[in-house]
Design a protein around this ligand. Structure first.
Ligand SMILES: [Zn+2]
Length: 345
């Protein structure tokens, strides 16, 4: 098996397009809810990457972990399943991700870059020990969390969950954090995330989903040397901006761009924050179709469509120098630090 350093050197020495935000695996809770997407395999990724010219993809598991009782989880209650497959959050899912890439489909090793999911608040010490052990068996390229859907406070990373950031620093891998601006989502609030990023200059972070277009958050992120921002699922976020949906920043706080035009909006943001932005598609969550109950108890069918090649086709409309910066150069600094793949450790 190639080592992490060998893979890093190969990525850094070329100029191939890197997708900084994708998922790999399956999510039984989404499946039984009737939501989309709910799965993608390494083979599926390979087909899409070949078709779209993406050279490398950072892959996270999906959100649901067998640590939780699924029926309760689907009702928004978080109960450990004592007979579940994961003794701590994502134990099974992170291992399955590595096995899929390095054992079942080794032809994708070095192109699909696994990044382990974590929950900052539940059994963090066991999670850190599990991920450390996993990293001795397989090359790992990052950590990822999406606290909105776990109802864990992101601030736990400065308390009981600090051991997970200590691990990221020890392994020299970056941390991607799902962000929110929705008033009803205190768990992944983008300004709470920024407090964590500020407090841990020894760790590289990516705030996902363009900070939900919040200009104040983007400005703050760009001022922090250890902070990157990924543009994952940009297309459906443009649709949300056009709807003035509360999932993106209100117009008064929103980065000024014409969100009717995906590529033009992305170019403006990339020009404003040249060293900060990372390109990521969120494949297969570039689209989102979900049935849920809103705060008023009404059932809502949220349908945010996006074609399978839209994210990459829109990227290709940007000037080549910007494509190279957000699709490779910034991403290499995010993944491997300023030293890139030259580190012999
Ligand atoms: Zn995602």
């Amino acid at each position: 098996m190639m080592t992490r350093q060998q893979i890093a050197r190969r990525i850094c020495s070329g100029s191939g397009l890197i997708d900084a935000h994708t998922h790999l695996g399956a999510d039984a809770a989404l499946f039984y809810n009737g939501d989309f997407p709910y799965a993608i395999s390494a083979e599926d990724h390979g087909v899409r990457m070949t078709q779209s010219g993406i050279a490398y993809a950072v892959c996270f598991p999906f959100l649901y972990t067998g640590y939780f009782q699924m029926a309760a989880f689907r009702r928004g209650q978080f109960r450990r399943d004592p007979r579940g497959v994961s003794a701590f959050p994502y134990a099974f899912e992170n291992q399955r991700l590595c096995r899929e890439i390095y054992e079942a489909f080794p032809e994708f090793a070095g192109r699909l870059l696994p990044s382990a999911f974590f929950d900052p608040a539940r059994r963090p010490r066991e999670q850190a020990a599990g991920i450390r052990e996993l990293s001795t068996r397989y090359p790992l390229f990052g950590l990822k969390t999406a606290t909105s859907y776990l109802h864990s406070q992101i601030g736990a990373l400065l308390a009981e969950g600090a051991c997970l950031l200590d691990l990221a620093a020890e392994l020299d891998i970056p941390v991607t954090i799902h962000s929110a601006v929705l008033p009803g989502d205190p768990w992944a609030n983008v300004f709470e995330i920024l407090k964590v990023v500020k407090a841990r200059p020894d760790v590289r972070f990516a705030i996902a989903h363009t900070c939900r277009f919040d200009r104040r958050a983007l400005d703050t992120a760009a001022g922090l040397a250890n902070c990157f921002v990924d543009v994952a699922a940009f297309h459906i976020h443009c649709a949300l901006a056009q709807q003035n949906h509360a999932a993106v920043a209100a117009k008064s706080d929103r980065f000024p761009a014409d969100y009717r035009h995906h590529a033009a909006a992305m170019q403006r943001i990339a020009e404003a924050y040249p060293a900060t932005l990372l390109w990521g598609s969120d494949t297969p969550a570039h689209l989102w179709k979900s049935r849920f109950r809103n705060d008023q108890g009404q059932e809502v069918w949220m349908d945010l469509p996006c074609g399978p090649a839209t994210e990459v086709e829109e990227l290709r409309k940007l000037p080549p120098a910007i494509q190279r910066r957000i699709g490779h150069d910034n991403t290499v600094r995010f993944l491997f630090g300023e030293k890139g793949g030259d580190d012999e450790n």
